[in-house]
Ligand binder design. Structure first.
Ligand code: MLT
Length: 397
């Protein structure tokens, strides 16, 4: 027996586990302190009433012989048509037409952005931005793939553009971005699509935060860009859109037009999913199907606007302190430059010890994240206001 030695190349623990461990140690040593977490992007508002109602009804369905459901329909890899249709309608509102066979229901974008790699050879070169959501990097390290980085820096507004001298077969893009909150315009995305098509590369486009876009110049789906269906797979999630972090549901779009070496990637993914995955629970899928109804859209908009207000509270606080940041608009993340030249982990300790506020050190997302720090807008309004008041009092000294 041999282990997968590529795992030995990984950092000891996942970034958010390290942040969690440090926070727990501080709390154990200071049980009287009120610690506010604005670190992991985990939602705090409950599910929308329309979702709860649909889930209750689905529970009732499961309790009667006539309406009970076992495995989901295998026609669409265990996705129920009601859910697939609602996702298609939501894409149609963005001007994107999808076939039902192009929509794959999953338990979230995090698993899919690792699992999707099963359909690609291990000797592909992978391009990830730096800083990066750790999952893109770690899942490729686990497979031993060669990884190259696209530098995202203060100079390019944390939005790297294609470099024709870099040869990559798989390109990860997340917009609005985690961790930096920066978002690509349609024109910028078009440059990536043209770049990928010219090289036969495939873009893995993470659109988990698309519902936070308010400014029309930013795309909410890469398929709003001409030619994207021939080169991009889109990963999406109900986690941040509808508060499903604890429920687990997402969807991945693999267009029929996406063909490499004469083989349909859609067919490969369908084969992979029907072999290694048995679908998302009926109750969860029925809850998710309520999200993109008219009533659902209105209710999730209320929740998203609540988080947008939190983002503005944080952005206003940083503005008043003269601290540079990206995000906060069109994104639930605020990516700030650590004050007084502090390193990311120095600022983490400084904030935790002096303001009892927890964020995520930028260096945990890559070398270009050193000296930066991420705060999320997913806390409660009360805690966000309290955290900002403490940060202001501390940094104004
Ligand atoms: C984050 O904080 O970056 C996200 O919550 C992580 C995730 O969505 O997996």
């Amino acid at each position: 027996m041999k282990i997968n030695e590529h795992f030995l190349q990984l950092k000891d623990s996942y970034l958010f586990a390290t942040v969690g461990r440090k926070t727990a140690a501080y709390k154990a040593a200071h049980p009287d302190k009120d610690v506010i977490r604005l670190s992991i992007g985990d939602v705090t508002l409950p599910l929308a009433p329309v979702v709860i109602e649909a889930m209750h009804k689905a529970v009732d369905d499961m309790s009667h012989k006539e309406t009970f459901k076992g495995y989901g329909p295998d026609q669409y890899c265990y996705g129920y048509e009601a859910l697939i249709d609602s996702i298609k309608r939501s894409y149609a509102r963005k001007g994107v037409a999808l076939a039902s066979s192009e929509v794959f229901i999953s338990d979230g974008a995090k698993s899919d952005c690792g699992n999707i790699l099963d359909i690609f050879s291990d000797d592909n070169v992978v391009l990830v931005p730096d800083p990066v959501y750790p999952v893109y990097l770690d899942t490729n390290v686990m497979a031993g793939r060669k990884i190259v980085f696209a530098d995202a820096t203060e100079e390019n507004g944390f939005l790297p553009m294609p470099d024709d001298s870099v040869k990559a077969d798989i390109i990860y893009i997340c917009s609005p971005n985690n961790p930096t909150g920066a978002a690509y315009t349609r024109e910028q995305l078009k440059a990536w699509v043209d770049h990928a098509r010219a090289r036969d590369a495939v873009i893995l486009y993470d659109a988990a935060y698309e519902h936070f876009v308010t400014d029309d110049k930013f795309a909410r789906s890469i398929y709003e860009v001409e030619g994207a269906k021939e080169c991009a797979i889109e990963l999406c999630s109900y986690s941040k859109t509808a508060g499903f972090t604890g429920v687990r549901c997402g969807y991945t779009i693999v267009p029929e037009a996406l063909v490499r070496q004469g083989v349909s990637l859609n067919k490969l993914w369908a084969r992979r999913q029907s072999t290694k995955f048995n679908g998302v629970s009926y109750i969860t899928q029925m809850g998710a199907a309520a999200v993109f109804t008219d009533c659902g859209e209105r209710q999730i908009a209320d929740n998203i606007n609540y988080y947008r207000r939190n983002a503005k509270i944080i952005a206003d606080c940083l503005d008043s302190l003269g601290i540079w940041y990206t995000g906060g608009k069109n994104s639930p993340y605020i990516w700030l430059k650590c004050p007084n030249g502090m390193s990311s982990w120095e600022f983490f300790d400084y904030l935790l010890e002096n303001a009892q506020v927890v964020g995520t050190p930028g260096s945990g997302f890559g070398k270009n994240g050193e000296g930066f720090f991420r705060l999320t807008a997913f806390g409660s309004e009360e805690n966000t206001r309290k955290a900002c008041a403490r940060i202001k009092a501390l940094l104004q000294k």
